[in-house]
Design a protein. Structure first.
Length: 188
């Protein structure tokens, strides 16, 4: 039986729940491309069934920040998926801050174990600074989903080097996340 995964390209393309901006890039655009590349890899594998929360680059979910998050959670819970993974680009007022981190609801269980594999793969394959796997039970998409869920911060859009990597090599990030998933599911 296929592993059912919902890939959430965080944020909307404009308006409500739009993402961070930095170094001439928009978060919602960068993560959309990574999600598309990642979905292609998972679908080609045959062991995964994939759905996306944003199916086109201009698709808007919800009419406010709250309803945008609610719509993402509704999509994953109603399917229902086996795993929910939301991808984002981080931001800081300090442009020197860089690196990859992943958030889970708790520091035990399937989501945390999957996050550790993906974190390791992104850090190694993309040569990113390892900020670590952290818990954040206050994040709506982690606390309201009914399956293991994680939120990946690929890098800092406000850091020139991280932003360049995300913009120039979305395939690399997609492949790293995919490889982390293969390791976790013993499919490598």
């Amino acid at each position: 039986m296929a592993i059912k995964v919902v890939l959430d390209a965080g944020h909307n393309p404009q308006g409500v729940n739009a993402g961070a901006e930095g170094n001439g890039y928009r978060e919602q655009d960068l993560v959309y491309v990574v999600a598309q590349e990642w979905a292609t890899l998972l679908r080609a594998n045959g062991n995964f069934e994939v759905r996306l929360t944003r199916n086109t680059p201009d698709e808007v979910l919800g009419t406010s920040n709250a309803t945008s998050l609610q719509e993402r959670v509704r999509i994953v819970n109603e399917w229902p998926a086996d795993y929910f993974i939301s991808i984002h680009a981080n931001a800081s007022t300090n442009p020197a801050i860089n690196g990859t981190e992943i958030y889970t609801y708790s520091d035990t269980g399937a989501a945390h174990e999957l996050a550790e594999e993906i974190q390791e793969a992104i850090v190694e394959e993309m040569n990113m600074r390892d900020i670590g796997v952290k818990t954040n039970p206050s994040l709506y998409v982690l606390r309201r989903t009914t399956m293991p869920a994680l939120l990946i911060e690929l890098g800092f859009i406000t850091n020139a080097e991280d932003a360049r990597k995300m913009a120039e090599d979305p395939q690399g990030f997609a492949r790293a996340i995919y490889n982390g998933m293969l390791d976790y599911f013993d499919l490598a």
